[in-house]
Design a protein around this ligand. Structure first.
Ligand code: UTP
Length: 226
């Protein structure tokens, strides 16, 4: 079983990345013969555009979240196929049931108040999976801002505690892009679910799935190993 949180920025930046999505579809078609995938898709630029417009119009946060959720489901729809449960699952329960019969289950957001990263961790809790693969355009966690410092190095493993500290200090490290939010981190910690933060490369994803050496960062307990 593999749970993936697919960052919206990878597939829906300024344009929809149709080439990447096509490659991802081929990947799923092939790999789902042997592995069960739950993929939670983020909103990306599309979500942000709608949310910002709604915000300027004075809409309330609840509705803005609902609009965000709809954008994530729109993005997730682009990965539906004959290999998958035929609709975007709208709750953890629906995904859980769909996963009994299908090897690919797609989700977007579920309810207001959290992000698709949060959904991926709640789902992992529900299905008893101890690893969530978080794919973003950032590709992992660096010791300093890689856009500013040429010698920035990717951290291979950090503890929940340190990830939390980095998160809380992020205002001091403007530009240090962290591929997670605090709620997701808390859910991961309470259930001992490791977050594998990687980029968009599908060969690298395959290495994670096969438990081979990969490029990225594991956020987990201090004593774990991979
Ligand atoms: P994302 O998960 O893409 O959030 O959902 P994000 O934090 O903006 O994206 P990344 O992780 O940095 O790429 C888009 C928006 O949809 C709403 C929120 O408003 C979120 O900001 N949403 C999403 C929910 O309200 N509930 C959900 O379960 C998921």
């Amino acid at each position: 079983m593999v749970v993936i949180s697919l960052g919206g920025s990878i597939i829906a930046g300024d344009e929809i990345n149709a080439n990447y999505l096509t490659t991802f579809r081929h990947f799923l078609q092939e790999k789902s013969k042997r592995v069960k995938f739950y993929i939670v898709v983020g909103g990306g630029r599309i979500a942000r555009k709608y949310i910002q417009a709604g915000f300027r119009m004075g809409l309330d946060q609840y509705i803005l979240d609902k609009i965000g959720i709809m954008s994530t489901r729109l993005n997730a729809s682009l990965l539906l196929g004959e290999y998958s449960y035929p609709r975007v699952a709208e709750s953890i329960e629906e995904a859980y049931i769909a996963g009994r019969s299908y090897n690919v289950v797609l989700l977007g957001g579920t309810e207001p108040g959290h992000t698709t990263d949060g959904v991926s961790l709640l789902l992992a809790e529900r299905i008893g999976e101890k690893r969530v693969i978080n794919m973003t355009s950032v590709g992992g966690i660096y010791d300093k801002d890689p856009h500013k410092y040429e010698d920035a190095e990717i951290l291979h493993r950090i503890s929940f505690e340190n990830a939390e500290k980095m998160f809380l200090n992020r205002k001091m490290n403007a530009g240090l892009n962290l591929p997670f939010d605090l709620l997701s981190l808390k859910i991961a910690e309470r259930s001992g679910i490791e977050i594998y933060a990687i980029g968009k490369d599908l060969r690298n994803l395959e290495r994670v799935i096969n438990n081979e050496d990969f490029e990225g960062t594991v956020i987990g307990s201090i004593h774990g190993g991979h």
